[in-house]
Write a protein that binds this ligand. Structure first.
Ligand code: F3S
Length: 249
């Protein structure tokens, strides 16, 4: 196989300070960026921190920013990157850095914990309900999520706005709320919490989340917009509005 020399400009540092450091590393035909980072680790900097696990685009661990774009390094072929210039490799910008390319993504787990779980009718036993295939398919699309958090990283609402993190759950978790809201057997009304607790109104449908999803989930079109439509129905339906005003609800 033919080997080339790749120039990597890698962010090295910790939560206190860091800088971009240039390296020259061999890159072999057919390799992905994660292979080259592993070679860098093996040959030049054994202390380089990089999180990874499956190397098959399914564990969601090796998220980072490659030439400024949120991507999985195990799914980024070297042949797709311009090799005549340095490739910039930086940690996800939206989350605090632990060291080098490793971030603290615990924000996401906090948001996940806040979502009230699936709530079927009381007394429902396994096998009690049947679902239409189209309802099953909708959930299945959302459940392809590998929790790489690239959508959370790219969304402008929190990318440079630490102050919005409290009020905004991010596309991955608004998608989860949407999945439950659209689920025919879920009895909880999640429209109010979508807006009030998870910040659905902050999303202005830029679709950047959909663009970076390695599972090609149509986050904006299939999860966020349908959830917004249901929230709007509730808020602007004149009868519901009148009912709420005269105390019927
Ligand atoms: Fe953010 Fe996606 Fe909405 S990137 S603004 S959650 S469409």
């Amino acid at each position: 196989t033919t080997a080339r020399t790749a120039r990597l400009r890698v962010w090295r540092g910790d939560s206190g300070a860091g800088e971009l450091v240039d390296y020259e590393v061999e890159a072999h035909e057919g390799e992905v960026l994660l292979d080259v980072l592993h070679r860098l680790q093996a040959t030049q900097c054994p202390d380089l921190a990089v999180r990874w696990n499956c190397k098959a685009g399914k564990c969601g661990s090796c998220s980072m920013e490659i030439n400024g774009r949120p991507r999985l390094s195990c799914m980024t072929r070297m042949s797709t990157l311009p090799l005549d210039e340095a490739i910039t490799v930086t940690p996800m910008r939206t989350f605090p850095v632990v060291r080098d390319l490793v971030c603290d993504v615990s924000y996401n787990y906090e948001k996940a914990r806040q979502i009230p779980s699936f709530t079927p009718e009381a007394g429902t036993e396994p096998g009690d309900f049947r679902m239409m295939q189209q309802d099953v398919a909708r959930s299945q699309e959302f459940r392809k999520c590998i929790e790489c958090f690239l959508c959370q990283d790219v969304c402008h609402v929190i990318r440079d706005h630490e102050e919005n993190k409290e009020a905004f759950a991010g596309p991955r978790f608004l998608m989860r709320v949407s999945e439950l809201q659209l689920h025919p057997e879920d009895t909880a009304d999640r429209r109010a919490i979508s807006q009030d607790e998870f910040g659905l109104g902050y999303c202005n449908i830029t679709k950047c989340c959909t663009e970076v999803c390695p599972e090609h989930i149509k986050i904006t079109d299939n999860a966020l917009i349908p959830l917004k439509e249901r929230v709007a129905d509730r808020r602007y339906d004149p009868l519901v509005w009148l009912g709420s005003k005269i105390g019927l609800r």
